[in-house]
Design a protein around this ligand. Structure first.
Ligand code: ZN
Length: 264
């Protein structure tokens, strides 16, 4: 079975009227708003600051001259998220009659995310409709904090294979499957759980083993690496704000990639 995967969905973002506001609304990572104690060394400073860029006229926050990321007029777009109904074709492999959520209970969120390449991308997440807005708001926060995400595709791209999706470091939510090592439905089967950067945040069994060779360097915690989720960090707090729990706080097996509505 050829491992398709292919395109990372790096297409341009600017639909949903995003481009229209791109000039006035310069997203300022951290600082700008009230977020206390979230000092962020990782600013999107990929700008090769060789050209003395034209200073945008009215910025809400003006960085010290000659220092820090100078937002260019063509800088990252603001976060956008579009929530739509899911068709049978959207979930051909990941949904079937008998799943614990009807098709009408699912939504797909097409939204902006920040990549490991320090660029904005557009991804799609399939999720339960009752949490779609909340979860989109969390991803908006992750984008503002420039938390990098490898890719974001429905598991249908992997023909519903959780293993292949994880191996591709794919961030996803809905998948009508059993919980790992269990005979009962996973929260993913309800669309009430998200797996975030599964390579950087592996599922670690109680005996310390893990299933994906490409995650060897990401098993220990705490761990300071891009995309890695640590106890109590900004990512965990962002999900906690909508009441979602983190699998990294479980006793026994740790599911560092996993966030869910009921904490399981
Ligand atoms: Zn999960």
């Amino acid at each position: 079975m050829a491992a398709l995967v292919g395109m990372t969905g790096c297409a341009e973002v600017g639909d949903a009227g995003a481009s229209a506001t791109a000039r006035t609304r310069v997203p300022a990572p951290a600082a700008a708003s009230s977020a206390p104690g979230s000092s962020t060394p990782a600013a999107p400073s990929s700008a090769t600051a060789s050209s003395p860029s034209a200073t945008p006229s009215s910025l809400p926050v003006s960085p010290a001259p000659g220092e820090g990321p100078t937002p260019s007029p063509s800088g990252p777009p603001p976060f956008s998220a579009k929530i739509e109904k899911v068709s049978r074709d959207d979930v051909r492999h990941s949904w079937r009659p008998g799943c614990p959520v009807p098709l009408s209970g699912l939504r797909k969120i097409t939204m902006t995310y920040w990549g490991f390449d320090d660029q904005a991308h557009t991804g799609t997440l399939v999720i339960n409709k009752k949490v779609a807005e909340d979860v989109a708001s969390v991803f908006g926060k992750l984008y503002e904090m420039r938390y990098p995400i490898r890719r974001m595709e429905p598991v249908d791209v992997y023909k519903g294979s959780d293993y292949d999706s994880i191996d591709a470091d794919n961030t996803s939510a809905f998948n009508c499957r059993n919980a790992t090592g269990s005979g009962s439905w996973s929260n993913h089967a309800y669309g009430l759980a998200v797996d975030l950067n599964p390579r950087e945040n592996p599922y670690v069994y109680a005996n310390g083993s893990h299933a994906h060779r490409n995650a060897d360097a990401f098993v220990d915690r705490p761990l300071k690496k891009p995309g890695v989720i640590n106890s109590g960090d900004r990512v965990v707090r962002a999900f906690a704000q909508i009441g979602w729990g983190w699998g990294g706080s479980w006793s026994g097996a740790k599911d560092y990639q996993h966030f869910s509505e009921n904490g399981r």
